[in-house]
Design a protein around this ligand. Sequence first.
Ligand code: GDP
Ligand code: MG
Length: 440
Amino acid sequence: LSARLSDVLDKLTRRGALTEADVGEAMREIRRALIEADVALDVVRSFTDKVRTRAVGAEVLKSVTPGQMVVKIVNDVLIETLGGEGQAIDLQAVPPVPILMVGLQGSGKTTTTAKIAKRLTDRFGKKVLLASLDTRRPAAMEQLAVLGKQVGVSVLPIVAGQSAVQIAKRAMDAARFGGYDVVMLDTAGRTTVDEALMAEAAEVKAVTEPHEVLLVADALTGQDAVNTARAFDGRLGITGIVLTRLDGDGRGGAALSMRAVTGKPIKLVGTGEKVDALDDFHPARIANRILGMGDIVSLVEKAAETIDAEKAAKIAAKMQKGAFDLEDLRDQLIQMEKIGGMSGVLGLLPGMGKIKDQLAGANLDEKVFKRQRAIIDSMTPEERRKPEILKASRKRRIAAGSGTTPEQINRLLKMHMQMADMMKKMGGAKKGALGKMASM
Ligand code: GDP
Ligand code: MG
């Protein structure tokens, strides 16, 4: 037991960069989690490769173990791969905008068609026409008619004996004539990918030129997810995915599989049988569900926040003493990159609000932060502490080292001087107030 304990303690107190061994060990656990979540095997492989590249050499945060750090990186890459922010259905086209719904039978196409129609009507005030192209099962057409009535959306009248393409054409004509904004075409599906039905859907696509082709897929799909997504995307060129049955107890690995294979965004998720059980896609939620390590992720996030807060406090103290050097500016730039903006950082630093306006005009976007950081990275420690020694020849060296120009270096130095000046002034004149703030 004591050997294990010291092993754990050893892990807990380690610092520095993640090694190949750290990452390799953590990856075994991660791979198992992904496979348990039903992520397709070849996707697991390419995904873990991607994570390995990102993780090896990454800095381990204080008070976090290498294994925990890897989990956090996996989570970040997972969210990124799943698509960062969700994407809405795109209706930017001349109405009536056709939306083609495709997918295997039982995946939830007909239900989802009604759900989306309801959402477009209720939230966006669109006039939507529904049409069932499922000529093989009369019950399927009836099902859409019932759902349409339930959500208060028009459904194209059923005409016996027409082909899917004929119905699609009729739907487009009716929509044009009736002044509809959107036409949703619900297609037939088989339990496996089927060539005849694929050809039929392709023909409907050619005739209607849909603005969105949405693949409706069951979140409980396991290894098949890759084949299904590949087949539909390859043949029909899907524009997005709707993942249904997220209310079930599946871990949602299909989301990662399908997204990885097609590169197409997951636009919406179905969360129940009812017509309002439709949600926007939240990559972070699915990532948590797939990985099943939310506790570790939030632990690492907390550790990162603590470190940021400690650094901010240190910088604030230095500011008050008027000893804000380029090393401090560098720390601050790193935080700006992390937090993604000036206001976030200003919120962390007492007294910084004063110079907010001045800096706001300086066009401080992320690229600028990165460039400024590169400049400081190319300086020697002495130069960072004493920027006044930076004469032309040093600036040329730094410019070459950071891929910038002496003018850009001058701009950075000027900004730093203004900041340091302002801080000195505040430290002198308002020591009382700032002192109070710092001790609060
Ligand atoms: P289609 O064959 O692709 O048109 O699939 P349907 O729309 O007919 O749906 C098949 C079954 O799945 C129906 O019983 C639906 O109520 C159910 N269903 C669809 N979406 C969801 C969902 O998000 N969650 C749950 N629990 N059931 C769903
Ligand atoms: Mg159906």
